[in-house]
Design a protein around this ligand. Structure first.
Ligand SMILES: [Zn+2]
Length: 216
């Protein structure tokens, strides 16, 4: 060790998604805002190295939480809180089809036996399968609790708002993914899903309340 080296400040801990999921996120964003929009977002987010150079389609943990959160921040910076929120929710929804293709069969959610279960059971199994997928393949940490009228989807370590500060809950992409997952599970029903706490606001967890009874 050279004594000339400046003293390093302790490195902020890094957490990751697999490359494949980062790739899915960018493809989903492309579905809602086009390639040019994604490139502009990546440039603003300081992620120029990803422009026309998405992460490879593998399970290696190479997509950093702060890359993901920088993209979400850039959406808000470019389009305002409202516009950014809309795009993030839609990207989360669009991401579901990529996730289903790569992870769905593994969860048994595409099986006929699953389709035939009662709705409440399907929602419970689906939400837990989603949590398991994140817990098994990523550094994101998720758990699901159940009350009489609702499910509570809790993200203990959240890439969407990683390192961000916000006045209001801002994990909109996670909300969109939840919406689309539950819509698919229920053959097209819509559920009231609210992010009631968020680490970026100063809360312990990013927490979503999901009303068990669909709107339609
Ligand atoms: Zn969050």
């Amino acid at each position: 060790m050279s004594s000339k080296e400046p003293e390093l400040t302790p490195q902020k801990e890094n957490f990751f998604w697999p490359n494949k999921m980062g790739r899915m996120l960018l493809l989903a964003l492309e579905d809602v805002m086009g390639r040019n929009g994604v490139n502009a977002t990546l440039n603003l987010a300081g992620l120029g190295h990803l422009v026309n150079n998405y992460p490879p389609n593998d399970l290696e943990l190479g997509f950093k939480f702060d890359e993901l959160s920088a993209i979400m921040q850039a959406l808000e910076d470019m389009y305002g809180p409202r516009g950014g929120r809309g795009l993030a929710v839609r990207a989360g929804r669009a991401g579901f089809k990529y996730a289903l293709k790569d992870f769905g069969s593994l969860l048994g959610m595409a099986d006929l036996a699953f389709r035939l279960l009662p709705l409440g059971m399907k929602l419970k199994i689906g939400l837990n399968a989603m949590a398991d997928t994140f817990n098994n393949f990523t550094d994101q940490r998720v758990r699901v609790q159940e009350e009489i009228d609702r499910f509570i989807y809790i993200i203990d370590r959240c890439p969407v708002c990683w390192g961000r500060h916000s006045k209001v809950p801002c994990c909109h992409a996670a909300l969109g993914l939840l919406q689309e997952t539950l819509s698919w599970i229920s053959s097209g029903k819509d559920f009231d899903i609210q992010e009631v706490s968020c680490i970026a606001v100063g809360d312990e967890t990013c927490t979503f309340h999901i009303n068990k009874r669909p709107f339609n």
